[in-house]
Design a protein around this ligand. Structure first.
Ligand SMILES: [Fe+2]
Length: 345
């Protein structure tokens, strides 16, 4: 039986405001390496692949995927690495260059606000803020436990030079602070040339098929509630004939769906519920989340995970369109279920 009564406090604990994000500046092995040392990493839903066990996880509820984020000043680099599960970035602010390959020379592509990039598993990727100021992007990782990152061999060498050793259990030893490898710890063996050979290499042309520009999304959007003022556009995920929703450009299995919402000013959705996780990453404007028992207003950069099964309404501000990116659990989420009244039944 799904609970239908949620207090203001309970739902508020599922909203992470941009202003309240708690960064970790020592999340990964490259965080002492010049050029990468100013990056901030956030674990918003789930612990993701953070290597520092002290990193603060805002919402520790299994969703079947993880939501994290990175904020980097201009010029700051996130080093080449590969993942065991899907990694999808939604650019919130700034311009970002994604580079492929062991030494970042296989190909590159630049993305900006509202653009999305899904990098297939087992491919080395890194990203650099190539804008003029700080930039922020969301990252969605597949599965509850996305495993560990495989760093390119040069990342281990540089890290050691600047005092960081990664252990097999994910802990980081900071020799610059006088720390030594503890008796119960084993340094992670550096990635070998053979390991590198097992990974996939992609070209600049291939990566273009892994990017959706925000400007493309209006062409594929559908109205969600009849003629109402909300359009939804598929980005990641398969077709859903029940909703009349075509497949996203990135339609291979990720373990989650990603779509974009665009609300006309002053639009309220009908009451409805969903049978899977629904996470809202606010991009622009304001959106009110309303349930029987309370309401919360989200602004750009905020993340909300709506309780499964709870009847809800979303309302945009009177004077401004609202744009959000929505992650839903599973490769085949069902559509919304109409809720007949604000009683949530
Ligand atoms: Fe990554």
């Amino acid at each position: 039986m799904v609970a239908t009564k949620w207090t203001q406090e309970e739902v508020a604990s599922r909203l992470v405001r941009y202003a309240d994000l708690r960064p970790c500046t020592t999340a990964f092995i490259d965080t002492h390496t010049p050029g990468s040392e100013q990056k901030e990493n956030f674990t918003i839903i789930g612990a993701g692949v953070a290597e520092n066990p002290d990193q603060y996880v805002h919402i520790n509820i299994p969703h079947g995927f993880n939501i994290g984020a990175a904020r980097q000043p201009a010029g700051c680099v996130n080093s080449q690495h590969s993942h065991e599960t899907a990694e999808v970035f939604v650019v919130h602010t700034g311009r970002w260059k994604f580079s492929l390959g062991e030494t970042a020379t296989d190909g590159e592509i630049v993305v900006g606000p509202g653009d999305t990039i899904s990098i297939p598993i087992h491919v080395f990727r890194g990203f650099t803020n190539v804008g003029d100021g700080p930039g922020f992007l969301f990252a969605v990782l597949g599965e509850d436990d996305p495993g560990h990152v495989t760093w390119a061999p040069y990342v281990f060498e540089e890290a050691k030079e600047y005092g960081l050793i990664l252990l097999t259990d994910g802990r980081l030893v900071d020799t610059a602070k006088g720390e030594t490898v503890p008796p119960d710890g084993t340094p992670m063996p550096a990635t070998t040339a053979q390991d590198v050979k097992r990974l996939r290499r992609m070209t600049a042309d291939e990566i273009k098929e892994c990017v959706v520009r925000e400007a493309e999304l209006d062409k594929t959007s559908i109205r969600v509630f009849g003629d109402g003022g909300l359009t939804e556009s598929a980005i990641v995920g398969a077709e859903n004939a029940d909703e009349g929703m075509p497949a996203g450009k990135m339609s291979w299995p990720h373990g989650f769906h990603l779509r974009r919402w665009k609300f006309d000013p002053g639009y309220s959705t009908p009451w409805h519920r969903r049978n899977e996780a629904e996470v809202i990453m606010m991009h622009h404007g304001r959106l009110k989340y309303v349930w029987q028992g309370g309401e919360l207003e989200m602004q750009a950069g905020d993340v909300l995970t709506a309780p499964i099964g709870l009847a809800r309404q979303y309302m945009s501000g009177k004077d401004e369109a609202a744009i959000a990116y929505v992650v839903r659990g599973s490769d085949s989420p069902s559509g919304f279920v109409a809720a007949s009244s604000c009683n949530g039944r």
